[in-house]
Design a protein around this ligand. Sequence first.
Ligand SMILES: *[C@@H]1O[C@H](CO)[C@@H](O)[C@H](O)[C@H]1NC(C)=O
Ligand SMILES: *[C@@H]1O[C@H](CO)[C@@H](O)[C@H](O)[C@H]1NC(C)=O
Ligand SMILES: *[C@@H]1O[C@H](CO)[C@@H](O)[C@H](O)[C@H]1NC(C)=O
Ligand SMILES: *[C@@H]1O[C@H](CO)[C@@H](O)[C@H](O)[C@H]1NC(C)=O
Ligand SMILES: *[C@@H]1O[C@H](CO)[C@@H](O)[C@H](O)[C@H]1NC(C)=O
Length: 308
Amino acid sequence: MAFLFFLCLLPLLSSAHRYPPSNPRLKKAYVALQAWKHAITADPKNITGDWSGPLVCNYTGVYCTAALDNPSQMTVAGIDLNHGALQGSLPVELGLLSDLALLHLNSNAFRGTLPGSLKNLTLLYELDVSNNQLGGGFPSVVLELPSLRFLDIRFNSFCGDVPSCLFDLPLDALFLNDNHFTFSIPENIGNSPVSVLVFARNQITGTCFPKTIANMRNTLHELIVMSAGLRACIPPEIGQLTKLRVLDLSHNGLVGNLSGTIGGMTSLEQLDVAHNKLSGEIPGSICDLPHLKNFTYSYNYFSKEPAR
Ligand SMILES: *[C@@H]1O[C@H](CO)[C@@H](O)[C@H](O)[C@H]1NC(C)=O
Ligand SMILES: *[C@@H]1O[C@H](CO)[C@@H](O)[C@H](O)[C@H]1NC(C)=O
Ligand SMILES: *[C@@H]1O[C@H](CO)[C@@H](O)[C@H](O)[C@H]1NC(C)=O
Ligand SMILES: *[C@@H]1O[C@H](CO)[C@@H](O)[C@H](O)[C@H]1NC(C)=O
Ligand SMILES: *[C@@H]1O[C@H](CO)[C@@H](O)[C@H](O)[C@H]1NC(C)=O
């Protein structure tokens, strides 16, 4: 009896030795990860099978480093459960992972929304919850994450408006595509320093792309607005985006002429305006773009192809 008791206690003793309770960060992480494990309703790949016991740094998908503000303490700095096929929800206890810098959850089946407690994650730099079943309004907690640079919420069921202050954040990349957002591109879009901006397959309302888009001239490399219900005009200012390499405006309801200023986008490699209602002549300036590899303009009402 006593021997059995000792055997059961052994794993506890050895882990207590490795992570003495003097590390409150890992204790909080333990609480958070156990709560999460309970909120996971299906785990076909048995990813959380080893999520037990206090050695959280050994859990599959959990990565520890020395804490920034106390290098003698280990802390959970990253969680990568990409392609985990996990079902369930994101519990409020995730707010206890206050040293988390990376949270990668793409290609799972998490439902619900991002808990407001995530605002505790002041070091969070990359947040990727793409390809899940999250829903509700725009997850506004992301607006409160001061370190956030990479935000990927594509392929979910978020709906409603996109808050304009999103474009005031110092992000490097923003993926909103394949949701159910209905929004007009706000005037302050030009404040956004992103290099990649993907709006595709949402519903964009409003009349014109703001002229302030020209303010993104030094940073924007990719702009993808395909299948977004755009009926609006594309202002000539777009031609000032001289760093842009990929512009996809296909499968919208764009009308009128294609602006000749597109010929000023000297870095352009891919240009797709197919499946719109554009008319007139294709500006010859497009053919002079030095890096253009693929220009797709089928399914429009262009009267004349550019002469080379
Ligand atoms: C899941 O993983 C744990 C720990 O890695 C293991 O003990 C358990 O047998 C696994 N379960 C299944 C169903 O494979
Ligand atoms: C847990 O991680 C420690 C290092 O932190 C390592 O020495 C040990 O082998 C790991 N245990 C298991 C079961 O993976
Ligand atoms: C936020 O972090 C603090 C400090 O780490 C912690 O005490 C608190 O419980 C956390 N709040 C939430 C909602 O997780
Ligand atoms: C469209 O382009 C044609 C020349 O291709 C020009 O005559 C016409 O004025 C343009 N229309 C608009 C609305 O810019
Ligand atoms: C050019 O782009 C179109 C649509 O963007 C794509 O379908 C096609 O495969 C591309 N062609 C080449 C040669 O890359």
